[in-house]
Design a protein around this ligand. Structure first.
Ligand SMILES: [Fe+2]
Ligand SMILES: [Fe+2]
Length: 432
């Protein structure tokens, strides 16, 4: 397989959105030399990208060739291990910098809007709850008694509940990956690490708010004494090391569609773990999960507001991006989860989440339907032919997913299947 960087005219790129997705416009200050890679240079599972020594001219000039590059992940044959390093299983093509120059300019023009409309979704630190507000106070004399009470409350949490809660906690703990993801987005990334642009301020403060989620769940689960913390910690280390490519292509349109979807998914999932904790008699854990769910809801509203703005200023671009994101499917942020043992850990965890009604295929359809309504997608006008196709696709997708799910539910019951989870000391947990 040969992959080459090519020179493509901007008007040719504009001819096809699908093609644009495949071709990477390098919008950085650098430009690229014509470069080719040949199959003999490739190793399975290896990610290739053009070298940073490449030269520059990326700002597109109408009618002049625009340098483009392509990175591809060659699908590994099953899991691979380098000495001590887990190689993630992303098998899709990795596409970068797909946003068109005019859309990038549009994003850059939204700074004042972001300052006024996005930043207010953040909560001042002094008004935020902190994990310690909901944990036994280690400096107090009553610490041991409080821990005893906590353990008594958690004693009735079943293993399948614990597996789902641990999976949610591990997902939260891979926060460095999500901050990285936001900082891949062209036009909104934090350029310095302490940028005063509203996008940079948002990303750091959002990360800081989110950091409380994994922190609190991790400490709580540690104190319950119900989970194998070393197995959990290994999973977190593997997961952060694996990263993820949500196929947002450095494109803020795709990036904020992804985060809108994901924040609602976590809102639903934490809301359900709260409800279930209450049913199992742990009201404090129910409060904790409920507080986290409320944060997720606020974040969902913020990201939805950004996409709403994109629909307002560039309905066609927003629609194309929505269709594109949904065609690619919204990957769960922890899909590369691994504990050093189970090659299908995420799939098994997802099955338990589905069976316990914590996060299901129905929820996926509901989220999509919610977003379609939230952005009034069916009523958007002034679209190109491709835009109208994307509109039809996203509007019809939720019912289609539901139908598939309903058909799956109608299938005759197969006998229950269980599997061991390292997180609960390899005890067998029912997956379906
Ligand atoms: Fe979170
Ligand atoms: Fe979140």
């Amino acid at each position: 397989m040969a992959v080459s960087a090519q020179f493509v005219r901007p008007d040719a790129i504009a001819a096809s959105y699908e093609m644009r997705r495949r071709i990477l416009c390098v919008n950085s200050a650098k430009s690229l030399q014509h470069t080719s890679f040949y199959s003999s240079h490739w190793k399975e599972g290896q990610r290739l990208s053009l070298s940073s020594s490449a030269k520059s001219t990326c700002n597109s000039v109408p009618g002049k060739p625009m340098p483009v590059s392509m990175t591809v992940t060659v699908a590994p044959k099953g899991d691979q291990k380098l000495p001590g390093i887990y190689v993630p299983k992303e098998t899709h093509k990795q596409v970068t910098h797909s946003i068109l120059p005019e859309r990038l300019e549009l994003i850059k023009s939204l700074d004042a809007w972001a300052e006024e409309s996005l930043i207010p979704f953040l909560k001042p630190v002094e008004k935020c709850w902190q994990p310690q507000d909901h944990l036994p106070e280690p400096s107090s004399e009553g610490f041991h008694e409080e821990v005893k009470e906590l353990r008594a409350r958690a004693a009735n949490l079943p293993d399948d509940y614990l597996v789902v809660l641990v999976g949610d906690m591990i997902t939260e703990e891979a926060l460095p990956t999500y901050q990285t993801m936001l900082n891949t987005l062209d036009g909104t990334r934090d350029e310095t690490g302490a940028s005063l642009s509203p996008w940079g301020v948002w990303t750091r403060a959002w990360t800081a708010e989110e950091n409380r989620h994994g922190d609190l769940l991790n400490k709580y689960l540690y104190l319950t004494g119900r989970v194998n913390m070393k197995a959990v910690e290994k999973t977190i280390q593997y997961l952060i090391g694996s990263g993820m490519d949500p196929q947002t292509e450095n494109n803020p349109y795709l990036g904020f569609l992804y985060t809108s979807f994901q924040e609602r998914a976590t809102f639903i999932s934490h809301g359900n773990t709260a409800r279930h904790a209450k049913e199992f008699g742990d009201s404090k854990l129910a409060t904790i999960c409920g507080l986290i769910a409320a944060d997720e809801r606020r974040h969902e509203n913020a990201y939805c507001k950004i996409v709403e703005k994109l629909f307002e200023v560039d309905p066609n671009g927003a629609m194309l991006a929505f269709g594109d994101m949904m065609r690619k499917k919204v990957a769960m942020p922890a899909h590369l989860m691994y504990d050093g043992v189970d090659r299908n850990l995420f799939g098994n965890f997802a099955m338990v989440a589905q069976r316990t009604g914590t996060y299901t295929a129905r929820d996926y359809a509901d989220i999509l339907e919610h977003l379609v309504k939230r952005w009034n997608v069916a009523k958007v006008e002034g679209l190109s032919a491709e835009g109208r196709q994307a509109q039809e696709f996203v509007c019809k997708l939720a019912p289609r997913i539901r139908k598939i799910d309903e058909r799956a539910q109608l299938k005759p019951n197969t006998s229950p299947r269980t599997g061991p989870f390292s997180w609960v000391f390899n005890r067998e947990v029912q997956m379906w």
